[in-house]
Design a protein around this ligand. Sequence first.
Ligand SMILES: NC(=O)c1ccc[n+]([C@@H]2O[C@H](COP(=O)([O-])OP(=O)(O)OC[C@H]3O[C@@H](n4cnc5c(N)ncnc54)[C@H](O)[C@@H]3O)[C@@H](O)[C@H]2O)c1
Ligand SMILES: [Zn+2]
Length: 377
Amino acid sequence: MERHEINVRLDESVATTQPATRSYTIHVGDTILQDIGVLLANDSVQRAVVVSDQAVSATHGKTVTKGLQDASIAIDHLSIPSGEASKSLAESERLWNEFARLKIDRKTAILAIGGGVVGDLTGFVAATFSRGLHFWQVPTTLVAQVDSAIGGKTGVNLPAGKNLVGSFWQPRGVVADISTLTTLPDREYVSGLAEVVKYGMILDAVFFRWLEENALRIRDREKRSVAHIVRRSAELKTFVVERDEREITGLRACLNYGHTFAHAFETATGYGTLLHGEAVSLGMMAAASLACSMNRIDKLVVERQQKLLETLGLPVSTTTLNGIEDDDLLGVMSRDKKNIGGRLRFILPSTIGEVETVDNVRHEFVVSAINRLRRHT
Ligand SMILES: NC(=O)c1ccc[n+]([C@@H]2O[C@H](COP(=O)([O-])OP(=O)(O)OC[C@H]3O[C@@H](n4cnc5c(N)ncnc54)[C@H](O)[C@@H]3O)[C@@H](O)[C@H]2O)c1
Ligand SMILES: [Zn+2]
């Protein structure tokens, strides 16, 4: 299978402690993980520290180790417990201390191998240790390959909320090997597809149409289809990040389509009840139906999005919100850090492939959109 290189070109004049250039390449392909040593050696790396979680080091750790050994790169391994709880200051501190014990210096490359949890935590620790280390992202979940490994947002959670402490820290490179996804549990894979649908809805009607035509092949994880969704999603996220890396112009905010609702659903149901992508699927349904009730889009747009999400195995209605009051959900939404001054702001579709930011949306429209998701059996 072909291998694709996506070049991420960033504004090099931005003030940062990032060593050397901040632009980098995303490598997407099938069974390319073994080439990791060559890629690092080409970047003059002689020593690497590999950070992964237990699930990933057991499945894909050996391939990475062999690739690095073949390129004569010295390796140390660090492991973190699987799961969102590892995105913490406690785990960051443990890794900082491990880095100190290993006498890591600014010539050592840090490799994050795993899902978004490993990538966000390791990126943050790499950004902060010795005022910044070179770091590589090796995403092994669909979410990480299409979203979290791209764009340079790193960070950890506080008890007060998700991703409250962090840094923009760009990787030196990203290696997205789609063969690593074969070990991913089905629910995790399907959940990641929500972000893929999101890219079609917000930026690319042609891609959306392709997703509709290939939905069953994608659902069945057919290799060529998986390679295409990872590649196109990475390109679309790159397009946004290159133009609005720090969320200044408002363009990057389009990536939050469905997410104001999704964050409220995740918070109100308790983390872990819904996977993030499942919440995003419900959130995109709520956002589209909200846009429709405000006469911003035709009903057909809502129906096409719904059919695609359903065919991919994603939820479009839920029983998990039963017993949760509308006011509680509205309260969480108005505290969302993307809202300004408690007013409700949404990213809403204007057609397939285009979104707009809409401020001051009336609460009763929002409540109706949520209630259309509620299912009682
Ligand atoms: N930085 C960003 O821009 C950004 C964007 C989106 C999401 N995120 C963050 O990403 C995190 C979610 O990422 P995620 O969905 O990848 O979750 P995750 O990292 O928790 O991975 C999900 C599960 O899959 C396991 N796993 C990983 N790769 C595997 C493989 N190849 N085979 C088998 N099991 C595997 C992990 O051990 C874990 O149990 C959240 O913390 C979210 O905030 C960050
Ligand atoms: Zn998301």
